[in-house]
Design a protein around this ligand. Structure first.
Ligand code: NDP
Length: 276
């Protein structure tokens, strides 16, 4: 599996399983657990979750999916801003670890900026890192000005910035992504299929036919073609988990990348970071 280097030097896989909307109702639990286990069996090397998803329900499903496995994927989770104080971050991390029955989260992110001052959150992240409870730490939904604030702190982030980025939402390419690339901070693209919306767009479907892949595979393969970008599509069905994994094998020649640029043009001006 291809990977990206984090600022700490650790490797982060380019593809993982998203878990938003999992663990919200008991009705779909078996299906969600099955999809995650199936994904891990296929070889997905990373899972993205958060204490917010299903208010802990998604992390519990991740714990069940991991139970009894000898190979553990790279685990990403996130702290709510309202829990992100000095003491609150540590307590939230302990709860996440317990729900997933793990002793370490590989990459722990501030879900969005808003609660405690980021200095406090980062101090707590440092403590957790020194205690071995997290590997690296980062942020999510940070636009360029937020990243500049984070970079100005004594204890700079060692991980990633997870943001909304896909073919139909290319805003980060104008300034955020180049800024991150310059500092060797990979971007983790969430909602790579725009939650399914992107797949209904006629130009994507047409170009996918030409390439000989599905629209979802084309959307993911385009992200893999962007240097310093990793992504985490979510599906609760086996067929789609498999389909998305196979996007790793889809190679996009320059002509197809140019067609995609015409159909989904890159930004020409600054666009405030969108957030779901
Ligand atoms: P995605 O872009 O991954 O799309 C998920 C939706 O697309 C689901 O409805 C899924 O349905 C459907 N889908 C998945 N694969 C296919 C396919 N091959 N063909 C057709 N439909 C498909 O959206 P998400 O918002 O879930 O983003 C991915 C992950 O990113 C989240 O799960 C979460 O982990 C993270 N995230 C982080 C945020 C943040 O603020 N940091 C915000 C949003 C997401 P089904 O399940 O029925 O297959």
């Amino acid at each position: 599996m291809r990977s990206c280097k984090l600022p700490s030097g650790a490797e982060m896989p380019v593809l993982g399983l998203g878990t938003w909307r999992m663990g919200e109702t008991g009705r779909r639990r078996a299906e969600e657990l099955d999809a995650l286990k199936y994904g891990l069996d296929l070889g997905y090397p990373m899972i993205d979750t958060a204490e917010m998803y299903g208010e802990g329900g998604a992390e519990e499903i991740v714990g069940d999916a991991l139970a009894g496995r000898s190979i553990r994927p790279f685990i990403v989770s996130k702290v709510y801003p309202h829990n992100a104080s000095r003491a609150g971050t540590i307590a939230a991390c302990e709860r996440s670890l317990k729900r997933m029955r793990l002793d370490r989260i590989d990459l722990y992110l501030l879900h969005w900026r808003g609660g405690a001052p980021i200095e406090e959150t980062f101090e707590a992240f440092y403590k957790l890192r020194n205690a071995g409870k997290i590997g690296d730490f980062g942020v999510s939904n940070f636009d360029l000005d937020d990243m500049e604030d984070a970079a100005g702190l004594d204890k700079g982030l060692t991980g990633t910035n997870q943001v909304l980025y896909c073919l139909s939402r290319r805003g980060p390419e104008f300034d955020l992504l180049p800024w991150m690339r310059k500092r060797s901070i990979p971007l983790m693209a969430y909602s790579p299929l725009d939650q399914g919306e992107l797949l209904r767009k006629a130009p994507l479907r047409k170009i996918a036919d030409e390439v000989g892949c599905t629209p979802a595979q084309l959307a993911l393969a385009w992200l893999f073609a962007q240097p310093g970008v990793v992504t985490i599509p979510k599906s609760s069905t086996r067929e789609r988990v498999k389909e998305n994994f196979a996007a790793l094998d889809v190679k996009l020649p320059p002509k197809i990348l140019a067609d995609l640029d015409r159909a989904f043009p890159p930004p020409r001006t600054k666009q405030p970071l969108e957030m779901l």
